[in-house]
Design a protein around this ligand. Structure first.
Ligand code: ZN
Length: 150
């Protein structure tokens, strides 16, 4: 787990400093608001679909380093995925950060997302890491346009 811990630190630092896809999307199909009152993380996520494929994801807003890094990596990871693949990653990611499954068995599938296994050691930060995912999950299901962790 030492490698995962180092990767975690590095990924959080890099993506907090230089978040990917950090901008408004004017022609988005969905705009969703995600709010974590416990920490103050507050973002708007934009998604554009091309049939069953997620063509583009972006976000704007503010929050802690973990939530911002998670949103950044998620936006990159989901581009070009089908809805079904995105659902699979959502399940995998939430299971990893809550320590329900062993990250080592899923490193290849997760890529940089594996770094977030480090969050499982800090239960209060789990909501920061999963906020972007729960919000996007709402978009995939065509449901709520505003998601709060509380
Ligand atoms: Zn947070």
């Amino acid at each position: 787990m030492d490698e995962i811990r180092d990767l975690y630190q590095q990924v959080i630092l890099d993506h907090n400093k230089n978040p990917h896809n950090f901008h408004k999307m004017d022609d988005a199909d969905s705009a969703l608001e995600g709010f974590n009152p416990l920490c103050g993380d507050h973002y708007t996520f934009y998604v554009k679909f091309d049939g069953e494929t997620i063509a583009d994801v972006s976000f704007e807003g503010s929050g802690c380093a973990i939530s911002k890094a998670s949103a950044s990596i998620m936006s990159t990871a989901l581009k070009g995925r089908t809805r079904a693949e995105a659902e699979r990653l959502f399940e995998l990611f939430t299971s990893i950060v809550t320590g329900k499954i062993d990250v080592v068995e899923h490193v290849a599938e997760l890529g940089k997302l594996a770094a977030f296994a480090g969050v499982a050691e800090f239960p209060v930060r789990v909501k920061c890491a999963t906020l972007p995912w729960h919000t996007l999950h709402g978009a995939l299901q065509g449901g709520a346009t505003r998601v709060s962790t509380e």
